[in-house]
Design a protein around this ligand. Structure first.
Ligand SMILES: Cc1cc2nc3c(=O)[nH]c(=O)nc-3n(C[C@H](O)[C@H](O)[C@H](O)COP(=O)(O)OP(=O)(O)OC[C@H]3O[C@@H](n4cnc5c(N)ncnc54)[C@H](O)[C@@H]3O)c2cc1C
Length: 411
């Protein structure tokens, strides 16, 4: 009897797990269950190209024929509401039951609703799904002033798109700088200058405390902690996400800012794995438990689980990398900074820069702006496992490609 593998969550990671399992093992019976309607799609373009072209077909990870040809049973519009670990079965809200030998949890994350008064106001946007992005596109068409709560990747990507479309934009960020959770101060400041040059207004250090609304209850602006009222006929809440762990928690699995897995991405129940935005795993260098919200983590973890389930086990040890496109600036990040690391910013010209993170003089992370070659070199250097020292790089004027080429040439 072929093995039955059930995947909960038909997003980026769930889709990749199904595709890689089929590629590695033609016999398994694979069921991919997702609560959203339609075929699995990519989220990154939702805040980027989709805002311009509005074409949902371009988001699809694969056409319908792929699932038929590869015998992947895609069950859409079905929310899994219960895992019965004793008999190894999941149940959907509508009462469908699916037995499994192995279960992969790829439930992703949802947008947080911070403690802001009137956060349920009608017309307040947040951006996670194709449905959210479609609603935002239609609002952008008639908006004059957008207020964005949150100066992270998604808020800023949208801000750049809206500004390019001629809309007045104000971004409210509680922290003293943009993208503070993910990039070094130098890169934050370069991006702030770029957004200011586009005409976007940036407000720092002030939390939003209330969503203002019209007499009809429609969101019409934001009240800040210092009493400032920002009027906007479009308001986007982009203040971060939290992992979807409720299903796993109810099944008695350990949760610690994500579904806890080991270096093989396996939970304490050997039949259950977790990946992507919902999984908390031990980072391979430090052993520290972390959770990443990126396409690369979701897809690499999916491939690793597929290998583990098809007789080719290996620990998950990929180098983390991310990107964000804001106007014509591409930010790419390879590796992760360590606590108490130091940064060195190298600005090559007005829109090209690299910030390098060092810990005890060893390179741990590279943030690049419009420097794809440097980003790729950073990924190769970090993946090599060889210590790259600050003085090595200094001798090459902090050009990672030059340093990489010189080490490749070395006897
Ligand atoms: C607007 C936007 C822009 C982004 N841009 C970038 C970017 O530029 N670069 C980058 O690396 N990352 C980006 N990301 C993040 C990236 O999309 C996610 O990290 C990635 O999708 C994670 O994959 P996942 O499979 O873990 O979760 P998801 O792709 O979110 O999939 C999870 C799926 O599980 C479903 N689900 C949840 N619970 C259940 C249940 N109980 N039953 C059935 N189904 C369930 C959800 O509905 C969802 O469809 C962006 C995200 C957004 C929203």
């Amino acid at each position: 009897m072929p093995e039955q593998i059930v995947i909960v969550g038909a997003g980026q990671g769930g889709f990749q797990a199904a595709a890689s399992l089929r590629q590695n093992d033609s016999n398994a019976r694979i069921t991919l269950i997702g609560e959203e309607p339609g075929l699995p799609y990519q989220r990154p373009p939702l805040s980027k190209s989709f805002m311009k072209d509005g074409d949902p077909a371009r988001l699809l990870l694969r056409p319908k024929t792929f699932f038929e040809k590869n015998q992947i049973n895609l069950v859409e519009k079905s929310r899994v509401s219960f895992i019965d670990r004793a008999i190894k079965e999941v149940e959907t809200k509508s009462g469908l039951r699916f037995p499994y030998d192995h279960l992969i949890l790829a439930t992703g994350a949802r947008n947080t609703k911070p403690p802001i008064r009137n956060v349920e106001a009608h017309g307040l946007h947040d951006l996670r799904t194709l449905a959210d992005a479609t609603a935002m596109r239609s609002a952008v068409g008639s908006a004059r002033h957008a207020v964005v709560i949150g100066g992270g990747f998604i808020g800023l990507e949208f801000a750049a798109q809206a500004r390019a479309a001629g809309i007045e934009v104000t971004v409210v960020e509680m922290a003293p700088r943009l993208m503070a959770r993910v990039v070094s101060p130098g890169i934050s400041h370069l991006f702030a200058d770029m957004h200011l040059a586009m005409g976007t207004q940036l407000v720092f250090g002030q939390p939003a405390v209330e969503i203002l609304s019209t007499n009809n209850g429609v969101a019409s602006g934001v009240l800040l902690a210092d009493g400032t009222e920002l009027e906007g006929d479009m308001v986007l809440l982009a203040s971060g996400v939290q992992p979807n762990t409720g299903l796993a928690a109810a099944a008695g699995l350990e949760i610690d800012n994500g579904i806890v897995v080991d270096h093989m991405l396996q939970t304490a129940d050997p039949a259950i794995f977790a990946l992507g935005d919902c999984a908390a795993f031990p980072e391979f260098c430090s052993g520290k438990r972390i959770r990443l919200e990126s396409v690369q983590a979701a897809t690499d973890q999916a491939r690793a689980i597929a290998r583990n389930l098809t007789g080719n086990p290996a620990a998950y040890d990929a180098i983390a990398w991310f990107w964000s496109d804001q106007a014509d600036w591409k930010l790419q990040i390879a590796g992760l900074p360590k606590e108490n690391g130091e940064t060195h910013l190298i600005r090559r010209n007005h829109n090209t820069a690299t910030a390098l993170w060092f810990s005890d003089g060893i390179l741990t992370c590279a943030e690049t702006v419009n420097a794809a070659g440097e980003h790729m070199a950073a990924r190769r250097l970090l993946a090599s496992g060889l210590p790259v020292t600050r003085s090595d790089l200094e001798m090459h004027e902090y050009r990672l490609t030059d340093y990489l080429n010189s080490t490749l040439k070395a006897p």
